[in-house]
Design a protein around this ligand. Sequence first.
Ligand code: PRP
Ligand code: URA
Length: 209
Amino acid sequence: MSGATVIDHPLVQHKLTHMRMKETSTQGFRRLLTEIAHLLCYEVTRDLKLGMTSIETPLEEMDAPILTGKKLVFASILRAGNGLLEGMLELIPSARVAHIGLYRDPKTLTAVEYYFKAPAHMDERLVIVVDPMLATANSAIAAVERLKERGAKNMRFVCLLAAPEGIEAFNKAHPDVPIYTAAIDNRLNEKGYILPGVGDAGDRMYGTK
Ligand code: PRP
Ligand code: URA
C-alpha cells in the first residue's frame, strides 16, 4: 500500500518524462503540465455524480446524463498549483477556484501563508487541491488545514510527483483526503527536493530562479 493512487496512463508517463528532462524549455514545461492536468483531472473526477435531464436532440426527446450538485472547487497552491489548475479548468470550466498562497521557508521547509481566498459553501462542494509537488507535504498539509477551517469536508489532493516521505506525512495528517499522483519518486534530498524529480516546479514553469 503506497498511500496514494498512481495514475500510470502511458500518456501521463510519457509527458512526465519530458518534464523531467533538464533541457525542456519553460514554455514546454508549462504546456506539458497543462496536458497532464487534463489526464489527471479525467481520472480524479471519474466518480462525479450524474443526474438525468430531459432534452431535445434535433430528432427527438431523451433523458440525458448531466452533472448534478454544487459546482466543484479547484484549490490551487500558489504558485506552481496554477499549472495544474489551468489544465483542469479547461476540462471543467464551470468549476469554482480557491487560491492558497504558500511558500516553503528554505531553511525550515515549513509552509508560510501569504494569501487565501475561497468560494462560499465549501462544505457542500467537492474540493480538488492541486499542486505539482508533494515533497515534505508541509505545504499540502497546511493548505488542507486552511480549507477544512473554511468548511471543506470532501477533498482530494492531486499532484504530479510525490515523495514517499510526503505521502506518509500527508496521510497521517489528513487520512480522509486521498492523494492522486502521476509518480512516486525515490526520496527527498537534504534541501527537501524530490529525487529524481523535475527540479523546482515554480521556477521551471515561470523561468524564475
Ligand atoms: C513548491 C511546490 C509545493 C511545495 C512542495 O512550492 O509547488 O507547493 O514546494 O514542498 P513541500 O511538500 O515540502 O511543502 P514553493 O514553496 O517552491 O513555492 P512556489 O510554487 O511559489 O515556487
Ligand atoms: N518543490 C519543488 O518545486 N520541487 C521539489 O522537488 C520539492 C519542492
